[in-house]
Design a protein around this ligand. Structure first.
Ligand code: SF4
Ligand code: SF4
Length: 188
């Protein structure tokens, strides 16, 4: 080893990569950068960008029960929820308004972790720029709704595990409902 050999070896690697970039495809160790937007590399399953609200089969079956936990846990407080009510003023287990200001969201994923109802998950979508300065990134409930099929498409491992757990929980609930009521205790 002589003085500066590390620098020289580094320069050789750079030179090798530069030459390879002209002759090899990326998959053969050539150009490292993807020619976006013409080419998009597939996102990793756990890649996360902004949240979405999940529904089962139809949008009216959204899982969110408007409990407000995610809004309370969101560090920059960019989730805004108002519960829905029926015509008699009885509170319903669904949000009337569910807004997320994506200009403030910091992609932390805490809403997903905090939600006890498997109702909000981080999406892969990142091409959401708009032309308006104000408002175009204030997403309302309808903008945030996406199906469980979408979740399966972007995060198949998590989606399958969550579906299994939800089915098991539902089966347990049904079993408890079917259990005959216990006879009253005769102990004095
Ligand atoms: S997304 Fe989850 S945590 Fe947030 S309000 Fe809906 S049910 Fe509650
Ligand atoms: S990802 Fe983080 S910042 Fe964005 S809405 Fe969820 S909790 Fe808030």
């Amino acid at each position: 080893m002589f003085y500066g050999s590390g620098v020289l070896r580094g320069m050789l690697v750079t030179l090798k990569n530069m030459i390879q970039s002209y002759f090899c495809k990326p998959e053969d160790g050539g150009l490292f950068t993807s020619q976006y937007p013409e080419k998009r590399l597939p996102e990793k399953e756990r890649f996360r960008n902004f949240p979405f609200l999940i529904y089962d089969k139809e949008p009216e079956n959204l899982r969110c029960v408007a409990c407000d936990i995610c809004a309370k846990e969101c560090p920059p407080k960019c989730i805004y929820i108002i519960r829905d009510f029926d015509t008699d003023g009885k509170p319903l287990k669904k949000p009337k308004i569910f807004d997320i200001d994506l200009t403030v969201c910091m992609n932390c994923g805490i809403c997903e972790e905090a939600c006890p109802f498997d109702a909000i998950y981080m999406d892969h979508e990142f091409e959401i720029s708009g032309r308006e300065r104000q408002g175009s990134l204030l997403y309302h409930k309808d903008d945030l709704l996406k199906s469980n099929e979408h979740f399966h498409k972007i995060r198949p491992t998590d989606a399958a595990a969550i579906d299994t757990r939800r089915q098991e929980d539902e089966a347990k609930k049904q079993a408890v409902k079917k259990e005959p009521p216990k006879p009253p205790s005769t102990a004095s």
